[in-house]
Design a protein around this ligand. Structure first.
Ligand code: NAG
Ligand code: NAG
Ligand code: NAG
Ligand code: NAG
Ligand code: NAG
Ligand code: NAG
Ligand code: NAG
Ligand code: NAG
Ligand code: NAG
Ligand code: NAG
Ligand code: NAG
Ligand code: NAG
Length: 811
């Protein structure tokens, strides 16, 4: 399974299980009375358990001490208030590691044991089979644990068990023990797992007459042709979750549907590929949650959907754009989430919206129709949807303008309209709006704000004109502002402070004026992209005070003057692109202070999360944010890949002086471009220390001396351009350099004094070995530096991922 699909699946499973509180976790707390206190042998058993815990970083068991005699008051322990026996041990989701001690067996009255979400395991990492001997256990929770053994059949001995929660635990490949059919009191069976469990027979399930919750997600049930008939013999079922089970079809016919209590049905990630309407579940009107994503069901939705009046959630996304939805949903007053991304073959948005619930209080909270080939005009009024908070219509063919009535749409918090054919002006935004993405449309006119709580504003790739209005300064919660690829002009407003702003992307507009002083006040700025504008003047010294800056792209402007030395104070900086300006002077020394460009400090992906997106999870995580030229090609980087950028691009400026030796200390750098400057002196001899560098361009300068032999140590190097300098002497040998030369035979051009293979020119006796004669150079070098990324930013589309988070936001 694709990793993102797996991640999504987890969300789905979690969503389905949290959707209704089918399982009551834990017993009602029973307080201890003075007269019944902890029994000594049970206390000893707990202390023996503690002895086998090797790690307790939260200090959860610090109250478990011999000195504190009443073990009923220890953390995680609950006793009977009459007998003092330990009834419940709940250490779930605590950061505990170690072995589960068999001493627990002394807790003969134990009814509830939850160790889920810890790092505990049995002897030798095996499943602690002694747990199967408890006589009174009603709840056993081991979800998320890892065992180096199979799931034991002895679980079937726990005849009093009502809850067995083994979700997402890891075992050696095991058959689901049919002995579980002996657990006649079982109400909750959570076996969802991926690739660890298998079964060829589930007929034992019919013996579980009390079963309300069954989750077997990820278990391959492809050989069980009669699975539906088995399940249909468990009329007590309220929740059935069988996503990613390789179920072959859902079009079985049932003479009688017994599942009249079913509330949750999750069948996503099974490849059914038959007509939607032929599925077996449409008449079950008790269903509240219906998950059918990535099932490739096709054709029209049946009218029966319009009669499923309990339905609150319908997840039908990523189904290959071959379904149609013309059902009248007017009576679905409970419907809160409707996700149909990437599933419809066509549709008219106006007509679609008209068919949505028309109840006195519609609960529709989230409507997502991304990637659906929808046409029609952007609806002007949606008065019948007073609870709608998230509307996502990205990547369709919706035209028309955004209604001025949007301002009165007070429930709306997130609006995604990217990649449509919308035109006209952006109206005043509703006060509650937090996220707006209208990128890649044909919107024009000037910009107004009006949503004081906005956090993410993405207007890139439209035709919006005029200045950024002063009102912008009032947006105290703004995290991300992306106005790239428009026709904005003028200077940026001077705001007193914008504490939340992390990403400011203004590339490819007609902004002008001196380097904007606004930026000095953006103390949390992480990403600044001003490329392809008409900013002029010098780079201010205070740029070195933007301590959180990681990505700085000022390329393609008219900046002049020298690079302030303060720029080396930016310890987080991993991209510096000043290319295509008129910057002069020398490259600063003290480059080694750019810690984020060194190998030991190169940042990881987690630290960029939320850089562009205020909320974590974006569709595929591949929206292009920055683009950069490296290896002679423009590459686009998205939120998940942007952290790979570690580069310096100072190409096409008027830099003078030499390349500082300290440059080589940036051993995390992947790309360095100093092309087309007036740099002199030698290439630093220690350049071979830049172990990770993949692309180096020193072309079109006045570098002299020999090519350092250490260049051939750079095993990741795939592009090197030294053309049009005054380099001389024998070209160093080495496999890496030969490979690089083979893919770019012009890399030494325009250096008339270079000789030796791979060039045809033989070295005369005057030419020395490259390992000698560099002494002169090492003292002389100087300033200089680097470079790397280009720019532009386009945004792809469809954001159903973001919506996913919402499921948890308003349960
Ligand atoms: C003790 O337990 C009984 C039943 O088990 C319960 O009714 C009673 O309220 C409990 N007493 C206290 C003080 O919690
Ligand atoms: C489980 O029950 C079987 C008989 O039903 C017995 O032979 C076995 O020892 C029991 N296992 C445990 C661990 O109690
Ligand atoms: C438990 O189940 C197994 C297989 O399903 C069966 O053979 C066995 O007799 C059952 N044991 C008890 C004690 O019911
Ligand atoms: C499920 O099992 C069947 C039969 O054993 C096998 O052909 C199929 O590849 C399995 N599916 C997955 C997703 O592993
Ligand atoms: C459920 O439906 C089946 C037919 O699909 C029937 O044989 C069975 O008796 C029904 N009732 C129960 C409780 O399983
Ligand atoms: C059910 O769907 C499968 C395709 O998944 C198809 O081959 C089969 O004919 C369908 N059966 C019925 C009864 O519609
Ligand atoms: C479902 O309902 C439709 C119409 O009410 C009916 O024709 C069909 O037989 C029902 N199917 C089942 C399996 O009950
Ligand atoms: C846009 O939607 C179409 C289906 O309508 C889909 O094929 C395409 O991949 C989507 N484009 C993007 C960038 O997601
Ligand atoms: C969409 O539906 C509306 C209302 O029925 C209609 O006026 C419009 O022409 C339709 N648009 C398209 C592109 O079919
Ligand atoms: C918004 O609502 C107010 C009061 O109901 C109304 O006066 C105003 O015209 C509405 N604005 C728009 C643009 O529809
Ligand atoms: C670049 O700067 C130099 C002086 O440093 C100046 O002569 C030249 O006109 C500038 N060029 C541009 C395009 O601004
Ligand atoms: C270096 O920058 C110049 C100008 O931007 C560009 O043409 C060249 O391709 C870049 N070199 C590499 C190796 O990317």
């Amino acid at each position: 399974m694709h990793p993102s699909a797996a991640k999504f699946l987890l969300l789905i499973v979690a969503a389905a299980s949290s959707f209704l509180s089918v399982a009551s976790h834990g017993l009602p707390p029973r307080q201890l009375k003075r007269n019944a206190s902890c029994l000594p042998h049970e206390r000893d058993a707990l202390l023996a358990f503690k002895e086998n815990i090797t790690s307790d970083s939260e200090g959860i068991l610090s109250s478990w001490r011999r000195g504190r005699k009443d073990c009923c008051r220890w953390m995680g322990v609950t006793c009977s208030n009459q007998t003092g026996h330990v009834l419940q041990l709940d250490l779930s989701h605590r950061n505990l590691a170690g072995q589960i001690s068999p001493s627990l067996l002394s807790l003969e009255h134990l009814e509830h044991l939850d160790l889920g979400g810890t790092f505990l395991s049995g002897h030798d990492g095996r499943f602690p089979e002694f747990l199967c001997s408890f006589k009174n256990l009603r709840y056993l929770g081991l979800s998320g644990l890892s065992f180096a053994s199979r799931l034991p059949a002895q679980l079937g001995n726990l005849s009093t068990l009502e809850y067995l929660v083994l979700t997402e635990a890891y075992y050696l490949p095991s058959e689901v023990p049919p002995q579980l059919g002996n657990l006649s009191n079982l109400r909750h069976l959570g076996l969802a797992s991926h690739d660890y469990l298998y079964t060829t027979d589930i007929s034992w399930l019919v013996r579980l007459h009390q079963l309300e919750y069954l989750a077997m997600d990820g278990i391959n049930l492809s050989t069980i042709d009669n699975w539906l008939h088995v399940v249909n013999m468990i009329p007590s079922l309220k929740s059935l979750s069988l996503s990613d089970c390789s179920l072959p079809r859902a079009n079985q016919s049932l003479t009688h549907i017994n599942l009249t209590k079913l509330e949750i049905l999750e069948l996503s990630w099974n490849y059914f590929r038959h007509p939607i309407a032929s599925s077996w579940f449409w008449n079950i009107t008790s269903i509240q949650y219906l998950g059918l994503s990535s099932t490739y069901l096709y054709g029209p939705f049946p009218d029966a959907l319009g009669r499923m009046t309990s339905l609150s959630y319908l997840g039908f996304f990523e189904n290959g754009n071959s379904a149609t939805m013309a059902v009248d949903l007017k009576n679905l007053c409970e419907l809160s989430y409707l996700w149909l991304d990437g599933s419809l073959s066509s549709g008219n948005i106006t007509e679609f919206i008209e068919k949505l619930p028309q109840c006195s209080s519609s609960k529709l909270f989230c409507l997502s129709l991304n990637d659906n080939n929808m046409t029609g005009i952007m609806p002007q009024v949606m008065g019948h949807l007073p609870s709608l908070a998230v509307l996502s219509l990205c990547n369709n063919s919706i035209s028309g303008s955004i209604s001025p009535g949007l301002q009165n749409f007070t429930s709306l918090e997130e609006l995604f309209l990217s990649s449509n054919h919308l035109s006209g002006q952006i109206p005043l935004l509703p006060r509650g709006l937090e996220i707006l993405d209208v990128s890649m449309n044909f919107l024009s006119g000037h910009l107004h704000f009006g949503a004081p709580n906005i956090k993410v504003l993405i207007l890139s790739s439209n035709k919006i004109t005029g200045p950024i209005p002063e009102k912008f300064c009032e947006l105290q919660y703004l995290h991300v502002l992306d106005l790239s690829n428009n026709s904005f002009a003028g200077e940026l407003p001077v705001c007193s402070s914008m504490p939340s702003l992390r990403s400011l992307l203004l590339s490819n507009n007609e902004f002008s004026g001196k380097f904007p002083s606004l930026i000095q006040r953006l103390s949390n700025l992480t990403l600044l992209d001003l490329s392809w504008n008409k900013f002029y003047g010098t780079l201010p010294i205070w740029i070195g005070h933007l301590a959180k800056l990681r990505f700085l792209d000022l390329s393609h402007n008219m900046l002049y003057g020298s690079i302030p030395v303060s720029i080396t104070h930016l310890r987080q900086l991993q991209l510096l692109n000043l290319s295509f300006n008129n910057i002069s002077g020398s490259i600063p020394q003290s480059l080694s202070k750019l810690m984020a460009m060194t190998k030991t400090h190169t940042p990881g992906p987690t630290t960029t999360n939320g850089l562009y997106w205020y909320k974590g999870w974006v569709k595929n995580g591949f929206l292009d944010i920055l683009s950069a030229v490296t290896k002679h090609q423009q590459h686009k980087y998205a939120e998940k890949s942007i952290f790979y950028i570690v580069g310096i691009d100072l190409s096409v400026n008027h830099l003078t002086g030499g390349i500082p030796d300290e440059m080589a200390s940036l051993d995390g750098l992947r790309s360095l471009n100093l092309s087309r400057n007036w740099l002199r002196g030698n290439i630093p001899k220690n350049i071979g220390a830049m172990e990770l560098v993949e692309s180096v361009d020193f072309s079109w300068n006045s570098l002299s001396g020999e090519i350092p032999a250490s260049l051939s140590d750079l095993t990741f190097l795939s592009v090197l351009d030294l053309s049009y300098n005054n380099l001389s002497g024998r070209i160093p040998s080495g496999r890496q350099l030969e490979t690089v030369y083979d893919s770019n035979p012009t890399m030494y051009d325009g250096n008339n004094n270079l000789c030796g293979p791979p060039l045809q020119r033989n070295c005369s006796s005057g030419h020395s070995d490259p390992n000698h004669g560099n002494e002169k150079a090492s003292g002389e070098n100087s300033e200089s530096l680097f470079f790397y990324f280009g720019l532009v930013s386009g945004f792809a589309v469809g954001l159903w991922g973001v919506l996913c988070a919402l499921l948890f936001k308003k349960p």
